[in-house]
Design a protein around this ligand. Structure first.
Ligand code: NDP
Length: 229
């Protein structure tokens, strides 16, 4: 049975992934910023011996190092970089919040790199290690659309980072893919979004289950189809 680490597992897609992997019997390392406030996740861990909750602010290098030390002997089959932010309310050409844009890059682009670099050794211990980063169709260069500069650019950048890492980590046997989870009804996606967290999470799990090295370095969609860059 797989062991899976999920960032931002206290709500939204991350929480639903944690629930579904837990129900499947996987060993789940569920991380979130403030475990004391993560009631749903703590309830899941209380009911399931295969789930543990770990504090992790993904932009905090010391926290990532501490997690790596805590998991030193763990073999990790799947890393899911799920934590993400929109990057603030003001993302327009006439009104940009530059501090929030930098934060979007810290969370959406640099943190997935940091996590993968830190947990590389854990992934190398597994027989078919997969590192998946929740990106977005909003970062696709193939789609022409306006607004949300901070979010779009941070997701476009993480796509490139993961494409490069896929090449660099091929020799380690690590499969690396950015994935669009769909437009999902969460705090981020809003209630008008087209799919539920249940649909998205199950689609992502099915996709991740099937990932082989031939799929590495390619951009995927939750329903198993390839996404244009
Ligand atoms: P939510 O806003 O519902 O949840 C975001 C999660 O990320 C929360 O658990 C949040 O924790 C965590 N997080 C944010 N910043 C940090 C941080 N600095 N350190 C640790 N955890 C952090 O988002 P979704 O579930 O909708 O989205 C999950 C991923 O999917 C994101 O990467 C998003 O960009 C991507 N995505 C979502 C889409 C959608 O339609 N929902 C569409 C395309 C992509 P906390 O509770 O502490 O804030």
């Amino acid at each position: 049975m797989d062991s899976v680490l999920i960032t931002g597992a206290n709500r939204g897609i991350g929480l639903e992934l944690a629930k579904r992997y837990a129900a499947s019997g996987a060993r789940v390392f569920a991380t979130c910023r403030i475990p004391q406030q993560a009631q749903a996740l703590r309830a899941l861990a209380a009911d399931a011996a295969n789930v543990s909750v770990h504090a992790l602010e993904v932009t905090d290098g010391a926290a990532v190092d501490a997690l790596r030390a805590e998991l030193a002997d763990v073999s990790l089959d799947v890393l899911i970089n799920n934590a993400g932010i929109m990057g603030g309310e003001r993302q327009g050409v006439s009104d940009m919040d530059y501090a929030a844009w930098a934060e979007a890059f810290a969370v959406n682009t640099m943190a997935p790199f940091r996590l993968l670099a830190a947990l590389r050794g854990n992934l190398q211990r597994a027989s078919r290690p997969r590192a998946v980063t929740l990106s977005s169709q909003m970062g696709s260069l193939a789609r022409k659309s306006a607004g949300a500069h901070a979010y779009r650019s941070s997701k476009a950048a993480v796509n490139k980072v993961m494409q490069v890492l896929a090449l660099e980590l091929q020799a380690d046997g690590i499969i690396v893919c950015p994935v669009h989870p769909g437009w999902v009804r969460t705090d981020m996606g809003g209630q008008s979004a087209s799919i539920s967290v249940e649909e998205s999470a199950q689609g992502l799990i099915d996709l991740i289950d099937g990932l082989e090295m031939a799929h590495s370095g390619r951009f995927w969609t939750w329903d198993g189809t390839e996404h244009p860059w």
